[in-house]
Design a protein around this ligand. Structure first.
Ligand code: SF4
Ligand code: SF4
Length: 116
């Protein structure tokens, strides 16, 4: 690429809108089949642990003794395996992207199951 062509491209791009979105300030486009945020209907969950066994990225932790269901959202790749296998159909992949996070955290249902 010649110098003038490159300079012309650089100059043009100075006045163009960015090719990318300022996510999450501007929400990303969603499509009908977008598999986004994993949600759970806590009241239907029987803590069987099947979702944990079927998760390829080890994002779910079920502890029957402690009565907890935990999801590590950084590990979750929204594959849908857990939603397909859940016998109570209480897991869903909503048509929305998960909000970005700056540190590792886990969604937990401990409070819901124990009332603690
Ligand atoms: S498979 Fe469904 S019912 Fe079983 S622990 Fe997971 S979410 Fe709960
Ligand atoms: S959607 Fe896939 S990666 Fe995410 S928790 Fe379920 S099985 Fe694991």
């Amino acid at each position: 690429m010649g110098f003038f062509k490159m300079a012309g491209t650089a100059f043009t791009n100075l006045f163009r809108k960015p090719a990318t979105l300022m996510y999450p300030v501007k929400p990303a486009k969603r499509f009908p089949n977008t598999r986004g945020t994993l949600t759970i209907e806590f009241e239907k969950c029987i803590l069987c642990g099947i979702c944990q066994k079927k998760c390829p990225s080890y994002a779910i932790e079920v502890d029957k003794t402690e009565k907890t269901w935990k999801l590590d959202r950084i590990r979750c790749i929204s594959c849908g395996s857990c939603t397909d296998w859940c016998p109570k159909k209480c897991l869903h992949l909503d048509n929305a992207y998960t909000a970005p996070v700056t540190s590792e955290f886990k969604d937990s249902t401990r409070e819901r199951h124990t009332g603690a």
